[in-house]
Ligand binder design. Structure first.
Ligand SMILES: [Zn+2]
Length: 359
């Protein structure tokens, strides 16, 4: 159920706020418009004030071509993306932020055939936050429902996504973008009660470069910043690795054994992520019905064959190390590389595979 904008005293009291704390709450800069959102109390800490967010009408969005789906539950994950295209602009103006919001909407509607922008929010290199899919600000401010977007293949009912302008494969984000990202994610986490561990990168779900290795590498820092802002404990989660064509090493070798376990017998076991390994990843992904999802147009071909968080859980079976199977050989390779005695491993479950592959 959507809540009307306004002061929900009952919810605040249920959350255990004292009168003093409520008084402090109203002193927060919680927006200027009449539909000023409620700053909510996080499960175990303080509230995050909403950042300045520009709506679809501010930047001149086209109307959606179909219904906006509002799901009657909160999102589980907050997902960080990069736009990749059109690169790292040095125009840090609000006008530029509005322009890229229009460019992305056009690409998603005309190029991808979607009803509207795929992401719920966009964050420019100048630190201007804009609404992506229509109604995203209103529903986020309500704090109980979720505008379904299109930004993480096979998971769009679980995620709220932020497209950060630029490409962060080998350079860092501008300070203004980082500041607004922390504010927006803290507000989302506060509104929806999302634990910092559930702040993810796109590659934690789909086999994509997004949000770029540099920005992805800053997600622990983002979780700490959000946890600090909300006064909640931060636990780092173990994630699946992203293996790419061209890489070499023991994880690639283990992956080759895992692919062979699935019937890809022409994959070599040389620890080199070559064309036949990439082909096997592509055909297995297609066979398992995995939706390809990249956050860029021009780099899409470069993501062919990426092996990551979507396929790995499907090809890491429960297996006892030491048995005569390709999966057991993969476990042995990883255990050896991690300096773990194979005999000390019981039957591997999904979590054990994840830990071995990310070690
Ligand atoms: Zn993405």
């Amino acid at each position: 159920m959507a809540e009307k904008p306004g002061f929900d005293r009952r919810a605040l009291l249920k959350g255990g706020l004292t009168v003093t704390a409520v008084g402090a709450l109203t002193a927060l800069p919680i927006g200027t418009a009449s539909a000023a959102p409620i700053a909510r109390r996080a499960a175990n800490g303080t509230v995050a004030a909403p950042p300045q967010m520009f709506g679809t009408s501010d930047w001149g969005a086209r109307p959606p071509s179909g219904a906006i789906v509002v799901e009657n539950h909160k999102p589980t994950y907050i997902v960080v993306h990069h736009t990749a295209d059109p690169g790292n602009s040095e125009d840090y103006s609000k006008e530029h932020a509005f322009e890229i919001s229009r460019v992305i909407q056009n690409a998603h509607m005309d190029g991808n055939g979607w009803v509207d922008s795929g992401q719920q929010f966009t964050n420019s290199r100048g630190g201007f936050i804009t609404e992506g899919r229509h109604r995203s600000i209103e529903i986020l401010n309500g704090g109980t429902q979720h505008v379904q977007g299109a930004n993480v293949g096979n998971h769009n009912s679980e995620v709220i996504g932020i497209e950060n302008e630029g490409i962060y494969v080998d350079v860092d984000v501008p300070p203004a973008l980082w500041t607004s990202l922390v504010q927006l994610v803290a507000y989302m986490a506060s509104q929806y009660g999302v634990a910092p561990a559930n702040i993810k990168g796109h590659r934690d779900f789909n086999a994509t470069e997004c949000p770029g290795t540099v920005l992805y590498g800053r997600l622990p820092e983002l979780r700490q910043a959000v946890g600090g802002a909300l006064g909640v404990e931060v636990r780092e989660a173990t994630e699946w690795p992203l293996l790419k064509p061209g890489q070499t090493g023991q994880k690639v070798l283990a992956a080759q054994h895992l692919l062979r376990e699935q019937g890809a017998r022409n994959v070599p076991t040389d620890g080199v992520f070559g064309p036949s390994t990439a082909d096997a990843v592509e055909s297995l992904s297609a066979a398992r019905g995995l939706e390809k999802h990249s956050c860029t147009a021009t780099m899409r071909s470069e993501e062919r064959g990426f092996l990551g968080a979507d396929l790995l859980p499907l090809i890491t079976p429960a297996v006892a190390p030491g048995t005569n199977t390709e999966a057991a050989r993969a476990a042995g390779v990883l255990a050896n590389a991690a300096g773990v005695r194979t005999a000390s491993l019981g039957t591997l479950n999904t979590q054990a595979w994840k830990e071995l592959l990310s070690a």
